[in-house]
Design a protein around this ligand. Structure first.
Ligand SMILES: *Cc1c(COP(=O)(O)O)cnc(C)c1O
Length: 401
């Protein structure tokens, strides 16, 4: 077994993965409790040293059976709409629930309000329509602003500050349409502009936010810095983040919220798959595995990025394989990896960093099965959380007899 000490795989040094995982049916996700605790400890340090309140953005991870592991480290949950708000209220009932949605529905807003502590609106029109209802229910109101300051050029799909973005109220719109009466409804301001970024980009963004919107901050209770802070990544500058939080807390006498998704569960899960076939084509070795990037971890194709693969050391190994998936989509390829020996049929491959944007984003395109979900507990025991079969594919498509 080759030692691989990159962060996603440190955990595998605790046991022999070939042995521990050998009876698991693939494909499957294995959520790593120790990884969650590792990330949680870092977030707790940030909260303690800065006074910030950190929320789990559930769209990145909503495996509620693990909420009890995460809960001691965070202040609450963040939701993208009704269902996630309800999940946060049900599964972390003693913590705050915050919701941001680009537009709320008339027939859902009252239920959303019933679960939420903070409701954040994306437009002045929605604030006008629903703001006083939120206040009457005794809940807090915020709006999302757009500082129009992009720190991730060339990455439009994940950049709320890209031109043409529908997300957040611009300063021009804010000045023209935020009447004193509407301003009086606001308890807080929310901005979310980052994606997998370090605190230097937060600091630069914050300067622009303050310069453009700071004059409106004096009567607020809180400012929410959104998500996209890669806080638990090994090279993240935590001290700079803490300085940013303290600056805002002191200058405006507000609470500061952060709502990371990725950082809460970074490197806290694996996806196990087995090799179905190998072949050579035009000088390239291929392996087809029993998982699909398009179905089981679509960010690999959307972002795109190369997920970490255990034992596939791109520097020291030399046998290059293109790892692809069984579906019909030509682009359903995970990537090229280097191994020290040829791959064999039924061999298990272990992808790392598979807790985020996976279990809550998968689909059954091509009739691909949904991977079962396991948890790897702190003591290295494994527990199955849920499993899926043909009916999970079929029931979404029509009337079942
Ligand atoms: C996506 C999102 C988050 C979480 O983002 P991560 O990149 O997973 O940290 C938080 N808040 C809002 C409004 C988001 O859209």
């Amino acid at each position: 077994m080759i030692k691989d000490l990159r962060p996603p795989f440190v955990r595998l040094n605790d046991f022999n993965p070939d042995e521990l995982f050998k009876d698991l049916k693939t494909p499957c996700y294995v959520i790593d409790e120790k990884g969650l605790i590792y990330d949680g400890e870092i977030l707790k340090r940030v909260s303690e040293e800065s006074g910030a309140r950190i929320l789990l953005a559930q769209k990145a991870f909503s495996n509620f059976n693990l909420y009890n592991v995460i809960e001691p480290y965070i202040y609450g949950t963040e939701a993208s709409g009704l269902y996630e708000a309800r999940l946060g209220r049900e599964e972390m009932p003693n913590k705050e629930v915050h919701v941001f949605c680009a537009a709320y529905r008339d027939d859902e807003i009252d239920e959303v309000i019933s679960y939420a502590d903070h409701i954040i609106f994306n437009s002045i029109n929605q604030l006008k329509k629903f703001g006083s209802r939120v206040k009457e229910a005794g809940k807090e109101v915020g709006v999302r602003i757009n500082p129009e300051y992009s720190t991730q050029p060339g990455h439009e799909i994940y950049d709320p500050c890209s031109s043409g973005s529908r997300l957040g109220i611009t300063i021009a719109d804010f000045k023209d349409n935020m009447t004193p009466e509407l301003l009086g409804l606001l308890d807080g301001i929310h901005f979310h502009t980052l994606c997998q970024q370090n605190s230097d980009d937060l600091e630069a963004t914050l300067n622009v936010v303050i310069e453009k919107f700071g004059s409106y901050f004096k009567d607020l209770k809180w400012i929410n810095f959104g998500g996209g802070h890669h806080i638990t990544r090994f090279d993240y500058d935590i001290d700079r983040l803490i300085r940013c939080i303290k600056l805002v807390k002191d200058k405006y006498n507000v609470e500061v919220y952060l709502e990371p998704g990725e950082a809460v569960v970074l490197n806290a899960g694996f996806l196990l798959t087995r090799v179905l076939d190998t072949f050579n084509k035009n000088g390239q070795k291929f392996a087809i595995v029993d998982t699909s990037a398009a179905c089981h971890f679509p960010d690999v194709i959307e972002m795109p990025f190369l997920p970490p693969l255990y034992k596939a050391d791109l520097e020291s190994n030399n046998i290059d394989y293109r790892i692809g998936c069984p579906t019909c989509l030509t682009g359903d390829v995970i990537g090229n990896y280097k191994f020290d020996s040829d791959l064999k049929e039924n061999e298990m491959l272990i992808f790392g960093d598979m807790a985020l944007y996976t279990t809550c984003k998968n689909n059954t395109f091509n009739g691909m099965p949904l991977p079962d979900i396991y948890v790897l507990h702190n003591d290295n025991s494994i527990e199955k959380l849920t499993s899926f079969g043909y009916n999970d594919f079929k029931y979404r498509l029509g009337k079942m007899n």
